[in-house]
Design a protein around this ligand. Structure first.
Ligand SMILES: [Mn+2]
Length: 332
């Protein structure tokens, strides 16, 4: 059962926006298209109302998003100082997930569409039926009274395109397409947005993709694809660690692959594990065992520990989640 939104929350948030002037916006560490799009859509909408806005993230946006308006204005920091009348937190189950310190003292407005949100805000708006946090931001700014700005619409488009896996995941609804219709009406070219996101990678990323797929292994009779990134692959391809964005989805294009597990050792010695699945296979529940989160078909977590032991334990959980793989071949 998906938890629907508190219908009063958007009005409450709009009242807080009207009453306040200086805003800080943040999202989770290692931001994705939905976090960048949701943050900047809201930032441009608030600026149009004459508000002061700073967007601060723990990590830079993936390189493919640098061409989107406002991305160059995002501040990268581990800690925030200064006076703000309110803090918007997008897509975070708790403040720790931002990776940014010192946020506890602000009036937090928590906007999220992931199960497991800890309701840490002064205002909490949670809607698990939204395909992207960007859908919620669209509803919020649509009710602010000013015309839908094209830069706002561009970022809503980025958020929805990426969080639906380019219109591929089971989270899409009629509302998703209604918002897309409104976005295109502002003059946004959806093919141009998709081109920036999916057709603008570096040659290094292409080589890295090849190396990862070449080294890919299979478990459970080919139903689980396992990807592993190491420093040698990064060096040989000449790409950056955040160039791996999106690669985890590729093995799902094979019919027999139902789950992808991607192990990425981090600079601090921990291991980032990303999980993707088809149909009813719930990989969020597996990530939750390790303190992570996400969605049924797309989740992840970061842990310390020995890679071989972790690999075996995670694959064990995934194999058990695979109980009826035939049912995952969805019919339209
Ligand atoms: Mn999201």
């Amino acid at each position: 059962m998906r938890a629907a939104a508190d219908p009063a929350a958007p009005d409450r948030i709009r009242a807080e926006i009207a009453a306040r002037q200086r805003f800080l916006i943040t999202s989770h560490a290692q931001p994705d298209g939905d976090s960048i799009g949701s943050q900047l859509a809201l930032a441009f909408a608030l600026q149009a109302l004459g508000k002061t806005v700073r967007v601060v993230n723990r990590d830079p946006a993936p390189p493919a998003y640098f061409a989107f308006p406002g991305v160059d204005g995002i501040e990268i920091a581990e800690r925030v100082e200064g006076d703000f009348d309110a803090l918007f937190v997008m897509e975070c189950p708790n403040l720790a997930r931002t990776g940014v310190a010192n946020l506890e003292r602000y009036f937090a407005i928590n906007i999220d569409h992931h199960a497991g949100n800890e309701q840490y805000g002064a205002v909490n708006w949670f809607d698990e039926t939204a395909a992207a946090c960007g859908e919620m931001v669209f509803d919020l700014v649509d009710g602010l009274g000013s015309p839908l700005d094209r830069r706002v619409a561009t970022h809503i488009s980025l958020a929805i395109l990426t969080d639906t896996g380019s219109f591929h995941h089971s989270n899409m609804t009629a509302r998703t397409f209604e918002i897309c219709r409104r976005v295109v009406e502002t003059g946004v070219d959806p093919a141009a947005v998709a081109g920036l996101v999916y057709d603008s990678a570096s040659v290094g990323k292409l080589k890295l993709t090849g190396a990862l797929l070449h080294a890919m292994t299979f478990e459970a009779g080919g139903h689980i694809a396992v990807l592993y990134l190491d420093d040698e692959m990064l060096r040989a391809s000449g790409s950056a660690p955040n160039d791996t964005e999106g690669i985890v989805n590729l093995p799902l294009s094979a019919r027999e692959v139902h789950v992808v597990v991607f192990f990425k050792p981090q600079a601090d010695g921990r291991v980032r594990v990303s999980l993707r699945s088809k149909g009813d296979i719930d990989v969020r529940a597996i990530a939750a065992r390790y303190g992570g989160g996400g969605h049924k078909n797309a989740s992840g977590f970061t842990v310390e520990g020995d890679l071989a032991i972790l690999r075996s334990a995670v694959l064990d959980h995934v194999t058990r989640a695979l109980h009826r793989p035939d049912e995952t071949r969805a019919t339209p």
